[in-house]
Every structure is written in C-alpha cells, then in structure tokens.
Design a protein around this ligand. Structure first.
Ligand code: 2AM
Ligand code: CA
Length: 265
C-alpha cells in the first residue's frame, strides 16, 4: 500500500521500537519464574522503545515537539507540531508476558490530531490513519461495527488502577453497562481497545482516567473509521478530563446515557 511520507516516518519508528519490544517480551516471559520478577527489565524495555521512537522522529522531522509517557513534554522550535507517544501501552500485560500491548504515535498539528499509528508487535497488527484519508488495519480499510442495539454489543473498558480513579463510581457504571450489553471486555491497553472499536471487533469503549498518550492515536483511528467519541459529558475535552467514550454514532450515544444512570437493580 502506498503511504504518505509522514505515515512512513511514523510506521518506521513504530516498527523499529516494536522489534525491540518483541525481543524483550521473550526475556520477560523467562523472568516470570525468577524471584525478582521482570519489573526492572520492563522499565528498561519501555525506555529503550521510547528512545528509539524519539531518535527516529527527531531525525525525520527536526523541530517538532513531543509529549511522551516517559520524557513528558519536550518543546520543539517548530511550535505547530507535536508528537504524542506511548512507547509501551499495556505495560501490565507486557510485564506478565500477555501479548496485548502496543506502541502508539500520534501527530498533532495546531492542536488537531492529523496522523496516527498504533502497532501491536506481538500480533503484527498495524493501525494507521491520516485526517481525511480513512483508517487501515495493515492494508485493509477499517470501519466501526454497525450494531445499533446495545444488547447485541461487546463493550471494552479499563478499570481504574490501584490508587487512581473513583472505584466506587466505576463499579456503578460497570454494573449498568453489564446489565444492558452482550458483554464487557477488559484488555489492558487503551490504545488497542480504541483500535478494536475502529475495526469493529468491539462495539464501544469507555475508560477514565487516561493520559493523552494512551488515546491520541486511537481517537483519530476511530474518527477515520466512522466512529464517534467524547468525554463523559458528551464534550470534546478528552485530554483535559482524561475520559473517553467511543462507538458508532448510535452506540456512543446509548453508552453515554447508560453511563449516566444511577445504580439500577
Ligand atoms: P500503560 O500501560 O501505558 O500504563 C489500562 O487500563 C490502560 O490504562 C493502559 O492503556 C495503561 O497504559 C493505562 N494506564 C494509565 N495509568 C495507569 C497506571 N497508573 N497504571 C497502569 N496503567 C495505567
Ligand atoms: Ca499508556
């Protein structure tokens, strides 16, 4: 498939970092049985992947800024462009040798996400999108699923982590969604969850709190696959609120409504 020069740069950076993570996953699997566990090794793998992406993107587009999970904000001279990067989304899965993790790279231009690449190196699945150009899984065009009845839908989510988020409030949301849908899935990588909504494997998704690097690329992939997304109040402040709710137009609206309900019996 002929890709734009910009997407080529992003895919090359993701592929190189993906090879590094895939190699490290093998060692992580060996370390499960050691007393110390793979914790430090995974931190190194994460940093190594981020360094590769930082080096590749800086070389290809000097002057662009960065927002990266490990480095944080790195200002660029350019002032218009910013890469938003998660070198390893699904860290807990990676740490346990579960092959559900991804590299997520988005490019923001004047505050708008214009290009996105998500790569799951363990499954060789590459998701790409450019604003106005559609979204692709490997070389196939993606569309969100067409289901319109919430009772037929599989909905992805992420549970708030130890010490973060409102666990009690989340349980109310989960209980309501559980009561109205065909099932809930909790995969552990928000970037991939959003890709799975974009390609129709899941009908919807909600999670909070997320960071911009967890969702920036997935947001464009969903929009370019014909999907809808918002924060929990229906607005577009996903980065500010850390909330995301996604689906096709009907399911997105239905999910927003279900999430707002008080606890039901
Ligand atoms: P991460 O793997 O890059 O940390 C899982 O529900 C999702 O939440 C993942 O995308 C994960 O990204 C993200 N996440 C955000 N904050 C987290 C935290 N404190 N601990 C673990 N996962 C977190
Ligand atoms: Ca992440």
């Amino acid at each position: 498939m002929a890709r734009s020069a910009l997407l080529n740069v992003m895919v090359q950076a993701a592929t190189k970092a993906g090879r590094s993570l895939a190699r490290d996953l093998g060692e992580v699997q060996n370390l499960q049985v050691s007393l110390k566990g793979p914790g430090d090794y995974v931190t190194q793998a994460d940093r190594k992947a981020e360094d590769i992406i930082f080096t590749e993107l800086s070389r290809a587009r000097p002057g662009y800024g960065f927002l990266m999970e490990e480095r944080g904000e790195v200002a660029g001279e350019d002032g218009q462009h910013r890469w938003i990067v998660d070198p390893l989304d699904g860290t807990t899965n990676f740490l346990h040798g579960l092959p559900i993790f991804a590299i997520s790279i988005a490019l923001e231009r004047q505050g708008q996400i214009v290009a996105a690449v998500v790569l799951n190196p363990a499954m060789d699945e590459l998701y790409t999108a450019e604003r106005g150009g559609g979204a692709f899984l490997n070389d196939r065009r993606m569309r969100v699923a067409a289901r319109t009845k919430l009772s037929d839908c599989v909905i992805g989510t992420g549970t708030p982590h130890l010490g973060r988020g409102h666990h009690g409030h989340y349980l109310v949301e989960m209980r309501n969604v559980m009561g109205e849908t065909a099932g809930i899935r909790r995969l552990g990588s928000a970037a991939l969850d959003l890709c799975y909504v974009a390609c129709g494997r899941m009908d919807g998704f909600w999670e909070e709190p997320l960071a911009p690097w967890d969702m920036a690329a997935g947001m464009l992939l969903i929009r370019e696959a014909g999907g809808f997304l918002s924060d929990k109040s229906g607005g577009q402040d996903m980065f500010g609120t850390g909330q995301i709710v996604a689906g096709n137009e009907t399911i997105h609206r239905a999910l927003l409504k279900t999430l707002k309900k008080p606890i039901s019996e």
